[in-house]
Design a protein around this ligand. Structure first.
Ligand SMILES: Nc1nc2c(ncn2[C@@H]2O[C@H](COP(=O)(O)OP(=O)(O)O)[C@@H](O)[C@H]2O)c(=O)[nH]1
Ligand SMILES: Nc1ncnc2c1ncn2[C@@H]1O[C@H](COP(=O)(O)OP(=O)(O)O)[C@@H](O)[C@H]1O
Length: 206
């Protein structure tokens, strides 16, 4: 009997405006087999965002209830709002052998790392801090106050890069995308991932 390999949990973090959402959207085209975790948040939907697709939009009370019921794999407060990863979807996806990507901020990523040290942690960097600011401003979704808050936490986030396995500069979306794909392919080839299978072969031979 062969036991099913679990999927790989990939965490993608990076400061606001670096292009996480854009790169994930591009990844959906070039890596359709990758599953995306949809987070819950208390922030207001932006224009065009759809409940259940971009986020599960929740009131603070609903969000607190999810935490109390232990339905969150991790959660964090970011610039005045709560964000969290629904636990069951992640666990079910990994158990079914599929890879899943979580696009989450650094505090949450560190909590995930405690629970899933075998996860793959990727940090997306901007080509420069000036370019980061132009991207947040250029997106046109944030108030001046929100832009200031996001820029002020950006350096603190980048300081936590040491906890990640990989750093990718998002200079061009297609390049960032293919770098992430390459990382996932390489992680699938890690010898640790096939050890259990080899042990099983050995047991069958003996
Ligand atoms: N910890 C945690 N962070 C999340 C989650 N979902 C999104 N985030 C992060 O929350 C931050 C703010 O997200 P958002 O309001 O969509 O703003 P944006 O990053 O400027 O597009 C980003 O760093 C996201 O990666 C989650 O489930 N958990
Ligand atoms: N490689 C890139 N080059 C130029 N602009 C980019 C690049 N990646 C993303 N952008 C732009 O930067 C802005 C912020 O991207 P977004 O994906 O919303 O960032 P995040 O999800 O990290 O907050 C968007 O207007 C997007 O079109």
């Amino acid at each position: 009997m062969t036991s099913k390999e679990k999927g790989i949990l990939v965490v993608l973090s990076g400061p606001s405006g670096v292009g996480k959402g854009t790169v994930c959207k591009a990844l959906r085209q070039c890596a359709p087999e990758l599953i995306y975790s949809v987070s819950a948040t208390t922030r207001e939907p932006r224009q065009g965002e759809v409940d259940g697709v971009n986020y599960f939009f929740k009131s603070r009370e609903q969000f607190q209830k999810l935490i109390q019921e232990d339905q969150m794999l991790e959660w964090a407060e970011y610039v005045g709002n709560f964000y969290g990863t629904p636990r069951k979807f992640v666990e079910d996806t990994l158990n079914s052998g599929k890879d899943i990507i979580l696009e989450i901020e650094v505090q949450g990523a560190l909590k995930v790392k405690q629970k899933f040290p075998q996860g793959v942690f990727i940090f997306l960097l901007p080509p420069s801090m000036d370019e980061l600011e132009s991207r947040i401003v250029g997106r046109g979704t944030e108030s001046e106050e929100s832009i200031r808050s996001r820029m002020s936490v950006a350096m603190d986030e980048i300081r936590l890069l040491e906890h990640y396995d990989y750093a990718i500069v998002n200079d061009r979306v297609e390049l960032a995308c293919s770098r992430i794909q390459s990382i996932i392919v390489a992680e699938h080839c890690r010898k640790e991932r096939v050890v259990s299978k080899i042990k099983q072969w050995m047991a069958e031979v003996n």
